[in-house]
Design a protein around this ligand. Structure first.
Ligand code: C5P
Length: 421
């Protein structure tokens, strides 16, 4: 099971537009919802069509607009019952007094009021009307009925109105409404991932990117690691329901949605933070960082001045972060990476044992088409002996897809251990 939290291409929104001047904002709303990847179908009441044409919404949504309850042509395609079932959310924006009254009374004399009764999907209404009509007792009574019936009412904003009045009744801006819809689905998907995801509730710590070892205040030793693989794994773990902390070396990547990021620079700092995370609680530790093997023995306090033809800098070995964590008494499930240029599988299998890992993913960085700065990767995963799973080949794919396959491999190994204990 995989969850993509950024795109909602599998979510269907019915945007119902009713009669009111705010209908012009609904055109932008369609654009924003489409930008987020939602499938949008527009339903218009007669009143709405007096303000804006169905053609506008057809062009913006990429779907024909639904206006009639019993139009033979529409019913032959997607009829009103199919439409009611198709929706994951019905958003009525703007919602007129008349529509709100119809919903409250349970009328079914046009397409929208019928949809309202026929759908199981959540219904949201964004009332927009003259401030006096908003304040009218009947309107407030009807809105209360809707709330009691489980409808989500998006409160109108105060301000100057098209009719010249000033007061409550303006529909929120389309960007705001689209964000509310996006956040609703984010939260819903997150709840599902936390309940059913492959790593539901697991606490995952991931090291990523290079480390930077200072020589003096302006110079350092580092490497070409971009951190892309570690960041992709962080996103995949989060999507699988895990709580993810990313210990990132200096990289220029955006933090994946939902992931807690802690920036570190040197190997020593990365180790310190890893130990700290272990104390806070960690079920799975994934070491993707390209940690510098050596650091400068004595970092110069001041900038080293240009002098003779040679400059000798003495280096000392850095601690092995993943091996150190693996030696702890309460150790998490340990995942390492190996980037090799030759004897790839042999070296990786050796590191699995030497570093006491549960799993190691290795790739051949001598191949120009994968690894380091590339967006593609191919890997072979080895498991420690007790898992009796030996190895698994991950075919060349995007780093996102490889990350997803790694999550599955971690899940399978954890699951296997449970089964065989
Ligand atoms: O020994 P080598 O650097 O090839 O091992 C790679 C694996 O060990 C990676 O998972 C890397 O993140 C981890 N590592 C580490 N600390 C080091 C060196 C490597 O955690 N000092």
């Amino acid at each position: 099971m995989s969850f993509d939290l950024s795109v909602f291409s599998n979510k269907n929104i019915i945007l119902a537009v009713t009669g009111g001047i705010a209908a012009y904002k609904s055109a932008i709303l369609v654009r924003r919802l489409k930008d987020y990847g939602f499938n949008v179908r527009v339903v218009m009441t007669k009143g709405a069509q007096a303000f804006i044409t169905p053609l506008t919404f057809q062009a913006l949504s990429g779907n024909s607009v639904h206006t009639e309850l019993l139009d033979p042509e529409a019913e032959a395609g997607m009829g009103h019952i199919e439409l009611a079932r198709w929706a994951d959310l019905i958003l009525v924006a703007p919602a007129s007094c008349d529509t709100i009254a119809k919903f409250a009374a349970g009328l079914a004399d046009d397409l929208l009021s019928t949809l309202y009764l026929a759908t199981k999907a959540p219904v949201w209404v964004a009332p927009a009307m003259n401030q006096q009509m908003w304040a009218a007792k009947a309107t407030q009574r009807n809105l209360n009925t809707l709330v009691e019936d489980g409808v989500h009412v998006i409160m109108p904003e105060a301000g100057s109105q098209a009719c010249g009045d000033v007061g409550l009744g303006r529909m929120p801006e389309p960007e705001d409404l689209a964000d509310q819809v996006k956040n609703y689905f984010h939260q819903a998907q997150r709840a599902i991932a936390e309940k059913f995801g492959l790593l539901a509730g697991k606490r995952v710590v991931i090291t990523a990117g290079p480390t930077r070892e200072a020589i003096d205040p302006v110079r350092y030793i580092s490497n070409h690691s971009t951190g892309k693989m570690g960041f992709a794994i962080a996103a995949a773990c989060y999507s699988a329901g895990a709580k993810v902390t990313l210990l990132a070396g200096p990289v220029s990547l955006d933090t994946p949605n939902g992931v807690r990021r802690i920036n570190v620079s040197s190997a020593i700092k990365m180790l310190d933070e890893s130990m700290h995370q272990l104390e806070e609680g960690c079920d799975i530790f994934i070491a993707t960082a390209a940690v510098a093997d050596y650091r400068v023995a004595e970092v110069s306090e001041h900038k080293i001045k240009k002098a003779g033809d040679e400059l000798n800098v003495s280096l000392v070995k850095n601690p092995d972060i993943v091996a150190t964590i693996a030696q702890q008494e309460k150790r998490p499930f340990m995942v390492g990476f190996a980037a090799e240029t030759r004897n790839v599988e042999e070296y990786a299998a050796g590191k699995l044992v030497a570093k006491k890992l549960d799993m190691i993913a290795c790739n051949d960085v001598s191949r120009a088409d994968i690894g380091f700065a590339s967006d593609q990767n191919a890997m072979t995963v080895f498991f420690a002996e007790q898992y009796q799973m030996q190895k698994r080949d991950l075919e060349k794919a995007s780093k996102q897809e490889i990350a997803q396959q790694l999550v599955e491999a971690i899940h399978d190994a954890l699951h296997h251990e449970i089964e065989t204990v």
